[in-house]
Write a protein that binds this ligand. Structure first.
Ligand SMILES: *Cc1c(COP(=O)(O)O)cnc(C)c1O
Length: 390
């Protein structure tokens, strides 16, 4: 049922935006509604026992608004199957519980998203899951971290918040040599800028809360794969554990996706304008942006990304205090966690998003500031950063 409906039905459309706007839903034959309705229904009438009209029985198992989103997510990642969750962490939890058993091992980035690290380190470790950390930018280091019981190689690229870049094709090779699966958390790049499945990844994970939703008004997550066996297991646990998004959340996420390409172009334009300012600014010691030729992952990023996206990290001259002052002086950039929305955000990872990594191998430098560059006017954003640093 929801399995069949989550299949991308639009693989013949090559253009990203055509898929983003149309995949997963056709105008309703009865009313002509061009957008999928918010099906606020927890249960679905049956014509005789087991006689499901649209394949739906109970909304934890499947809901038509969610099914449209799931088909669309599969299409924009050039994958076969998509599953939507109530948050990125719920998707992460589903993936870890599907792919790993007690005694198994996974490799994670040495600068993984704080919440991912916390879930693995504090929860999954209690259930006998072992992990090692390795820099995603170093293929040999990832290979060296693989053990006989490794079942997953987990990467983010670019990573959060240090924007390290992993070569997806090469790392898929490392995972597959070891009979492990490669998972790519594609949240920072978005499916518009980077599509890991055709490069050899087995699963793509998203926090759809970020660029995919794009408006900082909904929390969600997704798993996309071409592997039918994995998808069946995802669907089983999605229903079995029930970490599903509601119909309104699915609708908002789908609404966001329609403009993803336009937004990512603008995020990238604005980020480039700010990088130009920041690289020549005396109060900034280092600008970390994969689009810079001196970024160690620039070549890999240029190979696998369409553009370099809207995330910039900088190291501020003057340490933690100067970094936190910069964060509190901006006027257009809002001091807040999260990223990927239309509005620009600024944060201090060491004290905010990545506070849980303090004292661990994943601790981030305390002079680091992360910018999520929004879609406002570039001149205003440049002016705001200039005044905040002055
Ligand atoms: C935010 C984020 C997550 C977690 O997603 P939620 O929707 O907040 O649960 C996972 N990975 C990355 C890279 C993120 O930025």
């Amino acid at each position: 049922m929801s399995e069949q409906r989550s299949k991308a039905d639009s693989t013949s459309w090559q253009g990203f935006s055509t898929r983003a706007v149309h995949a997963g839903y056709e105008p309703d034959p009865q009313t002509g509604a061009v957008n999928v309705p918010i099906y606020a229904s927890s249960t679905f009438a049956q014509d005789g026992v087991g006689g499901l009209r649209g394949g739906f029985e109970y909304a934890r198992t499947g809901n038509p608004t969610r099914a449209a989103l799931e088909a669309n997510l599969a299409a924009i990642e050039k994958g076969t199957y998509g599953r939507a969750f109530g948050s990125g962490m719920a998707a992460t939890d589903c993936l870890l519980r599907t792919a790993l058993r007690p005694g198994d091992h996974l490799v994670i980035p040495n600068d993984a998203y704080g919440g991912t690290f916390r879930l693995i380190d504090k929860v999954f470790s209690q259930w006998g899951i072992e992990y090692s950390v390795a820099p995603v930018s170093d293929v040999d280091a990832v290979r060296a971290a693989v053990r006989p019981n490794t079942k997953l190689v987990w990467i983010e690229t670019p990573t959060n918040p240090l924007l390290n870049v992993g070569d997806i094709e090469a790392l898929a090779g490392v995972a597959h040599e070891a009979n492990a699966k490669l998972v790519v958390d594609n949240t920072f790049a978005s499916p518009y800028l980077q599509q890991p499945l055709p490069l050899g990844a087995d699963v793509v994970l998203h926090s759809t809360t970020k660029y995919i939703g794009g408006h900082s008004d909904v929390v969600g997550g997704a798993l996309i794969t071409d592997d039918e066996e994995l998808d069946t297991a995802f669907a089983f646990l999605q229903n079995g554990a029930g970490a599903v998004p509601g119909a309104f959340d699915a609708f908002l996420t789908l609404r966001g996706i329609k403009t993803l390409a336009l937004r990512m172009e603008r995020h990238s334009d604005n980020a480039e304008a700010l990088v130009e300012l920041l690289t020549s600014h005396p109060k900034i010691d280092q600008v970390i942006y994969p689009g810079l030729a001196d970024h160690p992952g620039h070549d890999a990023a240029a190979k696998q990304m369409l553009r370099f996206g809207g995330m910039i990290s900088v190291r501020v001259n003057g340490g933690k205090q100067a970094a936190q002052e910069f964060c509190s002086r901006t006027e257009i950039f809002t001091l807040a966690e999260s990223l990927g929305g239309v509005e620009s955000l600024i944060e201090h990872p060491g004290a905010m998003t990545h506070a849980s990594t303090e004292g661990s191998e994943l601790e981030v430098p305390d002079d680091l500031v992360r910018l999520s560059v929004g879609i406002e006017d570039a001149a205003d954003l440049v002016g705001d950063v200039e005044q905040a640093l002055s």
